[in-house]
Design a protein around this ligand. Structure first.
Ligand code: FPP
Length: 239
């Protein structure tokens, strides 16, 4: 299954403790490590997409943007060996043209070094906007049409590949099964809008730095208790 997480609440977590917002992001980065390991251990999860930096986050104070960029840099450097060992393939989705050259080089190296990972695909969304991805895919396909014979599902798959290409994703991004948002807010914030068409949504009040393996397992348990219908009727009614 594909789990996506909006890791919200770092700033509030820090402010509540009288700390700088950057301390919340650093604490958040430690939680990223733990949740990635938990997802890699869990046989149900084969893709995990984390919203690390939205295209709208560029409007934050430059010191906060720099802290976040430093944390991504440090994360990629420190995790690559462990990712290879744990069979984790790392991909970064989003725009790359506004990232620093050294971060882009590091992203490419990390993607190459972890490309053989089979256990979990970890996708970090950096300078990511779902609307921008959908719009760029639509503009790029003006002269490129799906086969005449394609049905609605095949046309959607065809377009999903174009969206993936617009975000530099290697995989087609497959549909999200479970979207978790921490931090108490209940919105999608321009994250994976196409891919979440039939996602189960789970909003948890804990801030991201307080989220842990137990919370992640509880979220997967909640997902398994839900009945997914994809617009149809439950078996008991339709059968
Ligand atoms: C939202 O919290 C979180 C972010 C904008 C950044 C997410 C980044 C991390 C969890 C750390 C680094 C990530 C990696 C992959 C190493 P917020 O700042 O909007 O919190 P607030 O709503 O309380 O202000």
């Amino acid at each position: 299954m594909h789990v996506a997480i909006i890791m919200d609440g770092n700033g509030r977590w820090a402010q509540k403790r009288g700390l700088e917002r950057s301390a919340g992001h650093r604490a958040g980065a430690r939680v990223v490590r733990r949740i990635v390991e938990a997802a890699a251990r869990d046989e149900r999860v084969d893709m995990l997409t984390l919203y690390a930096f939205s295209s709208d986050n560029w409007s934050r104070p430059s010191a906060e943007v720099e802290t976040l960029m430093r944390l991504f840099n440090r994360y990629l450097r420190s995790e690559v060996a462990r990712a290879v060992e744990n069979g984790v393939r790392i991909e970064i989705i989003g725009r790359r043209d506004r990232l620093g050259d050294s971060l882009v080089d590091l992203i490419e190296q990390t993607e190459n070094m972890t490309a053989a990972g089979q256990r979990l695909t970890l996708r970090l969304a950096v300078d990511y906007s779902a609307r921008d991805a959908i719009l760029r895919a639509a503009l790029a396909t003006a002269d490129d049409q799906p086969p005449e014979s394609a049905d609605r599902t095949q046309r959607a798959e065809w377009f999903a590949q174009r969206i993936a290409a617009a975000t530099n994703a290697v995989d087609d991004g497959s549909c999200v099964d479970l979207l978790i948002r921490t931090g108490g807010e209940k919105r999608l914030s321009d994250f994976l809008l196409w891919e979440c068409a039939y996602a189960e949504l789970l909003f948890v009040d804990e801030s991201w730095p307080d989220f842990d393996e137990q919370g992640f397992e509880a979220a997967l348990g909640e997902f398994q208790r839900r009945t997914r219908r994809f617009g149809g009727l439950p078996d008991a009614v339709s059968g």
